[in-house]
Design a protein around this ligand. Sequence first.
Ligand code: GLU
Length: 307
Amino acid sequence: MLGFMDLQSLLDDLAREVAPFAAQGKVADYIPALAAVDPTRFGIALAMTDGQLYGSGDWRVPFSIQSVSKAFSLALVLARDGEALWKRVGREPSGNPFNSLVQLEYEKGIPRNPFLNAGALILIDRLLSLTGDSLGTLRDFLRAESGNPTVDIDPEVAASEATHGHRNAALAHFMASCGNLENPVERVLDHYFRQCALTMSCADLAKAGLFLANHGLRADGSRLLTRSEAKRINSIMLTCGTYDAAGDFAYRVGLPGKSGVGGGILAVLPERGVLCVWSPALDPHGNGVAGVEALDRFTTRTGWSIF
Ligand code: GLU
């Protein structure tokens, strides 16, 4: 087992080594509020199931978590609703961009998986029906698990998402036309845009994700998910969590992961801990270039992958 000093110096080495990779990517610019982020930022945090926390670089700096939030939404819906979800959304990789309209039309308004934008809209719709406040439920959960009561949305990013959200609105309206939304389109979109605008640091996210490494047990020891549900979420992260590059991510990193266009990636080391990296310069699929490189090097050097 690697000790405290080994892990800390490994993260420091990785932060230094992967810095040049930022030059290979491009910051998401489809909404102005994200385009303003410094592409050379890099953070990495490792929260262990034994309570140890390590980090390097900008690991305490909050960033826009974007689609990393979808892993948590899936957990909150599965915990309340179980298998009923799978009547409304699939669990196969899509091989298409995360905001594609084409596949949704020929598959009659049933999104291929819960991490596509359309699938995430279904998660939010269901959580709204179940709780009355999808964003509030998610935010409270993230605050509790990260131990950071200040976790909140960035209103500027949320407003920017809403102004430039035509494609997401199209996905939501199309699913409503197929009878696959329970709540009004505008309400679902409002919660979606604000959810994407949640800001958290690598340290917050790594801690918040620990239930996925802990077979569904929360930070206070209570159970969110059964062992089997936690396994299923990790499986979907492995196959669908990193856009249409999930195969390449699995090949290189060998861990379940969920990325977002803010540059964050959450990766689960079952029973050991959770890694979170932040690198805003993205590859063409939407994954942070330096972050994927750091995760690749981490699992290669430690041997800590699921395979
Ligand atoms: N807010 C983004 C969108 O809806 C999320 C994209 C992402 O991180 O995958 O386009």
